[in-house]
Design a protein around this ligand. Structure first.
Ligand code: GTP
Ligand code: MG
Length: 248
């Protein structure tokens, strides 16, 4: 997804070569509104640009953090563009016609980026750094860490806009940012698989086991954080002793 042209080529080859009917249908449906194939391509290009901008910003913050604190708050970053199929499905679910205008207006997660951190404290640190960026506008925040979902889901979500500079205009583009720890990500990916397997209707004992696992994840994150703080404090006091004795 790094290269727009490559991505566009992939996108079209997917449709033509695989002959994936539902994919093709969704794609055609979005274009049948008269917005035309050009506007669909343009919208994709813009969302891709927005994703890359946020990714670059995150990489810069991570590098700077490494430089100042000798430590990386970000473990890794994943990003994706929603498929036409899921866009059409979501529009239908919310009772909107499948048009490009509606998808841009009502769907906040066409461009999605997931930032995976080591510790819960990193999540809030990163969220603050995103909020402090002058050109990023925060539209909404959902703190599913302080208030986990009934499923047990934990993560910090931000819907932001980032300006994409085209040759003749600036387009403020929506991106959904999900920030979570490695442990929360592990939980969410398993829960997601189970959710799909049972089409959202998993047996009760599996649901309650997942909720229990989510509590364990939260406990693990808290213990790993305090362990890390203890290690840092010990390292600091060693450094202080070394510097004091060195001065004598
Ligand atoms: P969606 O229609 O799913 O996008 O939900 P929403 O628009 O109400 O937003 P919400 O903040 O609830 O969820 C946004 C995204 O967070 C989802 O698309 C998932 O990626 C993730 N998410 C939310 N709830 C869960 C959950 O219970 N389990 C997992 N695995 N992921 C979740
Ligand atoms: Mg979503």
């Amino acid at each position: 997804m790094k290269n727009i042209h490559f991505y566009d080529v992939l996108w079209y080859t997917d449709i033509i070569k695989t002959g994936d009917r539902s994919y093709k249908r969704a794609y055609m449906e979005l274009n049948s509104s008269g917005d035309g194939i050009d506007s669909w391509k343009e919208v994709n290009l813009i969302y891709n640009a927005a994703l890359r901008q946020i990714e670059t910003k995150m990489e810069i913050l991570n590098d700077e953090f490494q430089h100042v604190h000798q430590y990386n708050p970000i473990e890794h970053i994943k990003s994706r563009i929603k498929t036409p199929e899921s866009i059409v499905k979501k529009l239908k679910r919310h009772g909107y016609e499948s048009t490009i205008e509606n998808m841009v207006r009502y769907i906040n997660d066409i461009a999605g980026i997931r930032i995976i951190c080591s510790f819960t404290s990193d999540i809030y640190r990163i969220a603050d750094m995103i909020r402090d960026q002058k050109d990023i506008r925060v539209l909404a925040i959902k703190d599913y860490i302080t208030y986990p979902k009934a499923s047990g889901y934990r993560s910090y979500h931000m819907i932001v806009t980032v300006p994409v500079y085209l040759s003749d205009r600036i387009v403020d583009t929506k991106v959904e940012i999900q920030i979570r720890t490695v442990a929360m990500d592990f939980w969410a990916s398993l829960e997601h698989k189970i959710h799909y397997k049972f089409e959202g209707d998993a047996p009760e004992h599996i649901k309650s086991e997942l909720i229990e696992c989510s509590r364990m994840v939260s406990d693990l994150d808290a213990r790993m954080l305090s362990l890390n703080e203890e290690i840092l404090a010990l390292a600091q006091s060693k450094e202080d002793t070394y510097q004091t004795s060195g001065k004598k």
